[in-house]
Design a protein around this ligand. Structure first.
Ligand code: IVH
Length: 691
């Protein structure tokens, strides 16, 4: 019999897990990281295994997923959506144990040939069943509890990667494609950046972004969150000559137009699985999306059928997880980092925690608004996320673990009325999310960051001009602006720490080499706010010469692909400052040079001479933004529809203008159509020049 302590623990665990299930599956607001949830779940499983008398039918260990959400029609799956067993063993042993089990269950011995496996990624999103009837997408459903899911067809239709019609002349009567809907990391970061910029709530992680998006009751909101999809299997199939193996099925699905991830292999025996596991582990950070592991599947359906199922899990598949990318830790304090542009970034000082494969002691808190929104306080237990090469961040607080009495809220401006680096006033301008030091280049922190950025590998690429040296150069007043770097001499350098003769000579040589650069690198190196490497390249390609960029008007700048009003403003502001122009002039005088070109043939733009009319509200663009884009491509926006109108761009609740357009036979575009037209403009421009 289980002791009262064990019984009490089991009850507590069940309640806690159910609470997290509700937060995760129903509210899409996880309260703890997956790794922590898994630990609780495994603890309960272990207790129940040791004390079978404790097992109750309603224990969370006895069910697969969450319950369907109100607001979406329930969908009974034609074939249940199963889950896969997770191998928690590390590295080789997981694959070996799986292979040994498969061979044993198939009754094979050493003399039999190795099993053919398919290995693929375990995408970290949301399982979806796409039902195609006679080639047409008729329904999309979430997994729900495996038997019954939610009908999310309207939201799924907004996912561009998912074909609404299969690419086949004689499609199957029924084909259910199963796979994962997820959000790419860059889409996630971009979405959060945009949300932060307008002070709106951010997504905790890409997986929640995907889940939350599909569960938006309003498909227009779903459409604003960019989602992706990869197919990994089948549900019900009728009237289709199904291939004989899993990998051949994925190939067939790809041929039908379903996105299938290219990162997959077919291999023999455990060795192939181990090699795949290790290869992907090494490249996990550089994948464009989150994965939480790899999946091994017996490739041949014949063998899959023989192996069959163990309650809710197939015996022919197993997931092998990687270290979690989210963990719990304690927030020890909040430090401040002063960036290149003077922004004061609150940085969480954390109790060291192993997350995403490294030990993390610091994580960004972004800004005061984010701290307020997440209500982060020193002493809290927080969820830290580190995925890819994105800097670690604090994504949420575990409210129930807050110390009692509750610690005070953190207020950046009260704690730091002056810059901790230079003592200048700290201000937060209207409409800005960041508090900034007003010291400008007087502030050593800003000067150091500006120099490090300037010398960076993707900027002027001055090898050897790193942290320690920049600290000394700035602190001793030897370098004030990047231009001063080109005035350094052997004499000044050899007086510095760690600058014995050879290093100083090497550094001078690197500085000399850096003088021959490209316009794109030079623009990036200047550190103009909101001008990253890609924008710098776009600007260089577009204008071809620095003088033309300096002289560009807002309209000129808006004509560059991906340059919006904020970026244009930052560029104008930068070149509007005499001291910046002075630094640029000094750099050129010191011999910094690059090949110039004539820039793009200032093509009149794809919409030159065209008149467009906007009506209704577009899903993502404001009316002003749409107008700006049209004008940047040379088009005109008119207020009313006539025979002379070339296109009507119609959004939600478009009224009489849309009716008039139909009447006159004027082509009608939705927002996607407009954007496609504008993209073709940018493509056309890019093709006019070899760069
Ligand atoms: S196969 C019967 N393959 O992992 C096997 N699942 O517990 C059905 N997942 O939520 C699943 N990537 O959505 C399979 N390459 C992959 C996967 C994958 C992610 C998810 C799936 C489900 C969970 C399986």
């Amino acid at each position: 019999m289980a002791s009262p302590d064990v019984l009490a623990r089991a009850i507590t665990l069940r309640q806690e897990i159910e609470r997290h299930n509700y937060a995760y599956y129903v509210l899409d607001q996880p309260t703890i990281p997956d790794a922590e949830y898994d630990r609780l779940f495994r603890e309960l499983q272990a207790l129940e295994a040791d004390h079978p008398e404790l097992l109750t039918p309603d224990s969370p260990t006895q069910r697969v997923g969450g319950k369907p959400l109100d607001g979406f029609a329930p969908v009974r799956h034609a074939a249940p959506m199963l889950s896969i067993r997770t191998e928690t063993d590390t590295e080789a042993s997981g694959a070996l144990a799986f292979d040994a089990r498969v061979r044993r269950e198939l009754g094979l011995d050493e003399s039999d040939p190795p099993i053919e496996y398919a290995a693929e990624l375990k995408f970290d999103g949301l399982a979806i069943n796409l039902r195609y009837e006679h080639g047409v997408l008729v329904q999309a459903a979430t997994r729900g509890d495996g038997e019954t899911g939610e009908d999310v067809t309207r939201n799924i239709r907004t996912v561009h990667a998912i074909p609404l019609r299969l690419n086949s002349e004689s499609p199957p009567a029924v084909l259910e494609v199963r796979g994962e809907v997820f959000m790419r990391r860059d889409d996630f970061e971009r979405y959060n950046e945009r949300q932060r910029a307008v002070g709106k709530p951010t997504l905790v992680n890409p997986r929640n972004g995907a889940a939350g998006s599909l569960r938006q009751l309003d498909p227009r909101l779903a459409a604003q969150r960019p989602l992706s999809f990869f197919a990994y299997g089948l549900g019900e199939v009728r009237g289709w000559a199904q291939p004989v193996s899993h990998s051949a099925t994925l190939d067939a699905l790809a041929a039908l137009g379903a996105p299938v991830c290219a990162e997959r292999i077919i291999g023999s025996g455990a060795a192939a699985l181990i090699a795949f596991h290790d290869d992907i582990a090494a490249r996990r950070d550089s994948l464009p999306f989150d994965i939480d592991g790899v999946v091994y599947k017996v490739n041949r359906y014949e063998q899959q059928r023989e192996l069959g199922f163990l309650t809710r899990e197939p015996r022919w598949a197993v997931a092998h997880k990687y270290p979690a990318q989210e963990q719990l830790t304690t927030l020890l304090g909040i430090d401040i980092q002063v960036g290149r542009t003077g922004a004061l970034t609150p940085v969480a000082r954390l109790a060291p925690v192993f997350v995403g494969g490294v030990t993390v002691t610091n994580a960004t808190l972004h800004n005061q608004d984010e701290i307020d929104r997440k209500d982060v306080r020193v002493g809290d237990t927080v969820i830290v996320r580190r995925a890819g090469d994105v800097i670690p961040e604090v994504v949420a607080v575990v409210a129930e673990k807050r110390p009692n009495p509750a610690p005070p809220r953190f207020n950046l401006l009260e704690t730091y009325p002056v810059c901790p680096e230079c003592g200048s006033h700290v201000v937060r301008l209207e409409g800005e999310s960041a508090a900034r030091c007003t010291g400008g280049l007087y502030c050593p922190a800003q000067r150091k960051q500006a120099l490090l950025h300037f010398a960076g590998r993707r900027a002027m690429d001055i090898e050897g001009l790193g942290d320690k040296l920049v600290d000394q150069l700035v602190e001793r007043g030897l370098v004030h602006t990047p231009a001063d770097v080109y005035g350094l001499t052997l004499e000044t350098l050899s007086g510095l720490e760690r600058m014995a003769g050879k290093s100083a000579a090497n550094l001078l040589a690197a500085i000399e080499t850096s003088k021959a650069t490209t316009l794109a690198r030079f623009i990036f190196a200047l550190g103009i706010r909101n001008v990253g490497e890609t924008t710098a390249k776009d600007l260089a390609r577009h204008f071809g010469s620095l003088d033309r960029l300096v002289a560009a008007t807002e309209t000129d700048l808006l004509a560059v692909c991906d340059v919006g009003p904020i970026v244009a403003q930052s560029i104008m502001q930068f070149f509007g400052e005499p001291h910046n122009l002075e630094v640029v002039a000094k750099l050129r005088a010191a011999g910094v040079h690059w090949p110039e070109s004539t820039g793009l043939q200032q093509s009149a733009g794809i919409l030159a001479g065209k008149t467009l009319v906007l009506t209704g509200s577009l899903p993502t663009l404001t009316r002003d933004a749409a107008k700006e884009k049209i004008e940047a491509a040379g088009g005109k926006v008119a207020g009313s529809v006539s025979k002379k109108t070339d296109y009507v761009v119609a959004g939600e609740e478009a009224g009489s203008k849309l009716a008039k357009a139909r009447e006159l036979g004027v082509p009608i575009l939705d927002e996607t159509g407009l954007l496609a037209l504008l993209v073709s403009n940018n493509d056309a421009e890019q093709h006019t020049l070899d760069f």
